[in-house]
Write a protein that binds this ligand. Structure first.
Ligand SMILES: [Zn+2]
Length: 378
């Protein structure tokens, strides 16, 4: 199926792994098209989300089936996962993917298994909060946790890691504070008790602030980019605290000037993110999840970002997870958004036709290749 800019490979700089057990029912499949976990949203409202309706039509074209969700679900179920994945990644012309392996890791393929399924290279990204949650029950004190955490980040950095990633915006927000040893030890004990009672989700602001701060320090020494979720995402986040302008003290810190920060998603703070990318040499942004969840609004979001941030500051990504269809759709919508945004900007006199292809190539591929040091075919 032809897509605008289909000849430019997409370097997908932010995505997740695929579910080992693919959706067994149409409802499970449909649940992949919303950030909500509410049954009523999945049953009544997703079928009328514009992104989903368009997705069903596009996927029906891909499968050569009737344009309704039952037919699409049956068509995808009839294909073995390895074939479905190969065909969709090839058709989407995805050159490489950076994979955050920390999203529900128990249900998703690990990196080695994922690599066997994909027709393109996959590079690991370390999700800091998942690492901390794994280490916390083993630690005896705050200092012990901090040491174990730092050692594991270092070990991962030695093992081909391309970036660190934090979802602290979804837990306690981006306004990181400094905490003294006493407060951290108290927070450690309280959290360990919570974990012992079975709730293994790290939600302690002192611990999250301190551990992410620690990881940034490692990133600065190892020259590792750090991806930070901003704006919308998990359904239970406090959106006010996910505004990237809260990151200013970190971005101003001279000790962290060697870290490239990539602001992920950004909506509804696209203007704020674009401003930060425009003024700080070490700040970049992507509009993954915003594209495609914003449907027809995705192109405007990208045009808004380009109004302030130079073309060299915007990266392409799908934020796809769980099913190959989200990679295929994410790549398609990313190219469409770049195409539509650059055309409409061009019509207003700012990006002449002769410059649009170069701009598209930078956003879809070359900016990320340079930032993460990914060379073609490897
Ligand atoms: Zn993500």
């Amino acid at each position: 199926m032809s897509t605008p800019l289909g000849e430019i490979p997409l370097l997908d700089q932010h995505a997740h792994s695929l579910l080992r057990a693919q959706p067994a029912t149409l409802r499970e499949f449909r649940a992949c098209f919303t950030e909500s976990e509410a049954g009523e949203i999945i049953d009544r409202h997703v079928p009328w989300s514009l992104f989903y309706r368009r997705a069903i039509r596009d996927l029906a074209d891909f499968f050569g089936c009737a344009p309704d969700e039952d037919a699409v679900f049956e068509a995808r179920r009839a294909r073995p996962l390895d074939r479905l994945t190969r065909e969709m990644f090839a058709d989407a012309a995805i050159a490489a993917v950076l994979v955050d392996l920390g999203l529900r890791a128990d249900a998703h393929f690990d990196l080695e298994s994922l690599r066997r399924l994909l027709p393109c290279p996959a590079f690991p990204v370390l999700r800091l909060e998942t690492l901390a949650e794994r280490l916390l029950p083993e630690a005896s004190t705050w200092r012990d946790l901090e040491d174990r955490f730092t050692a594991e980040v270092e070990t991962a950095a030695n093992g081909g890691l391309r970036a660190l990633k934090s979802i602290i915006a979804y837990r306690t927000g981006l306004a990181l504070e400094r905490w003294d040893g006493g407060a951290l030890e108290r927070a450690f004990r309280e959290t360990r008790d919570v974990f012992r009672r079975g709730r293994r989700r790290l939600e302690s602001k002192p611990l999250l602030d301190a551990l992410v701060g620690r990881a940034l320090w490692v990133a600065a020494r190892r020259r590792l980019p750090v991806q930070i979720h901003t704006g919308f995402g998990d359904h239970d986040l406090d959106l006010r605290l996910a505004n990237p302008v809260w990151l200013r003290p970190i971005l101003e810190d001279p000790a962290l000037r060697g870290v490239s920060f990539v602001l992920l998603h950004c909506h509804p703070y696209v203007h704020e993110a674009a401003w930060l990318a425009a003024v700080y040499p070490h700040v970049y942004l992507d509009l993954s999840l915003t594209v495609p969840f914003l449907a027809h609004g995705a192109a405007e979001a990208l045009a808004d970002a380009l109004a302030m941030a130079p073309v060299t500051k915007i990266l392409g990504a799908t934020d796809a997870f769980s099913i190959p269809e989200l990679f295929w759709l994410g790549a398609r919508h990313a190219r469409e958004a770049v195409h539509a945004a650059t055309e409409s900007i061009g019509a207003r006199g700012f990006l002449p036709a002769a410059e649009r292809r170069d701009a598209a190539r930078l956003v879809l591929h070359d900016n990320a290749a340079a930032l993460y040091g990914i060379v073609p075919d490897g």
